[in-house]
Design a protein around this ligand. Sequence first.
Ligand code: FCB
Length: 464
Amino acid sequence: MLERPATEVRFPEGFVWGAATAAYQIEGAARDDGRGPSIWDSFSRTPGKVHAGHTGDVACDHYHRYRDDVALMADLGLHAYRFSVAWPRIQPDGSGPVNPRGLDFYDRLVDELCGRGIDPIVTLYHWDLPQTLEDRGGWASRETAERFADYATAVYARLGDRVTTWTTLNEPWCSAYLGYGNGVHAPGRQDPAATFAAVHHLLLAHGLGARALRAAGATTVGITLNPAAVFPADPASAADEQAVRLVDGLHNRIFFDPLLRGRYPADVLDHVARFTDLAYLRDGDEKIIGGPVDLLGINYYAPTYVAARPGAVGGGGAYPGTEGVEFLPPVGPLTDMGWMIEPGGLTALLERVSHDYPGVPMIVTENGAAFEDKFNRDDPDADGRVPDADRVSYLDGHLRAAHEAISRGVDLRGYLVWSLLDNFEWAEGYRKRFGIIYVDYLTQRRVPKDSARWYQEVIRRNGL
Ligand code: FCB
């Protein structure tokens, strides 16, 4: 049978093409220039928490190699680069006086990006909470939200003249449910009541932080969520549909509703009240959380399938509130993370958000895949290539899915691939490679994979 050539797609004029990273995953230099310890420094040092005891101490050494990395970005033709600022570099103890040397690094990075015509997109919090704040209760404590606003103000004061796009938090679902719920991420707590307090204080941090940024003059302020594209195991089963509704509530509506409708959904609050007295929710909080969102960041990797299973405490993916829900094992083809490859999930998710929470422009702030890439530094015949056809196919499929959403009316402004570089993949350490650029950790050599060359061409053509 003849294969039909893939149809051409063109993205709207002005569509933003870029790549994303996060501080702890790439910077290294964990003790340089006055940086304080974060919860990920402590967690990665706790035996058994991170694959093979890997830490972010050195990572991709981006802190020292940022100039070369920005040159690689320029070579790819990126319009934008999303990176995060490490709070413990700016305030080593999470509060009090700022550490100017920490800000200097981001100042240099932003100058380098602007000098190359690459738009910096700043995420203020990508999971590296100063350890001192965790010692005082972390996200389970209201104080952390208040400190976040001070920190946001300090970063804006230094970078606000050049950075126009600000994201408060990355994936608060992960911070709360993985950090305080099932404990697979830092700080590794397993406490349902603390989990829901963390959800609220993260949202409050967003609200207070966004207010502070706006008061200081910021015009484009948003947040990045990782909503679940959740489907029933059996679409004909009313019980499975109920399980979908529950997971949608705990994963999606608990964030979207207060952010974009100014109110927590009543059914979710009822459910959460099984674990906590909700004393953390104070009058006026929802108003703060529900301030304007100029740009909504969406991270998508894989869909979730659930079934009602009374009595189930869930599989590996389970977290507080999902008792009685079974998360189905993924069905191939899978990435190296064991995640399903289903581009249609992205289209469905973008359409759903745009339908239920209209009027907010979106950007895909992360999408990508880990595969077992091979590069043999000792092979004299190696031509410096890293073939990664699987990743190209994953990205091609998801870009088509994003395009489909646009053609159905979704206001999607851009796409940032995860990730620019192979990096520290949290609990998986360095064994999972998400980069379009290979990092040889022994030598810190960067080798653009075939997907990087392919992406360069996508950007050049503004399409596929
Ligand atoms: C997201 C994180 C990002 C990266 C990807 C694979 O949840 O935001 O840091 O780890 O997953």
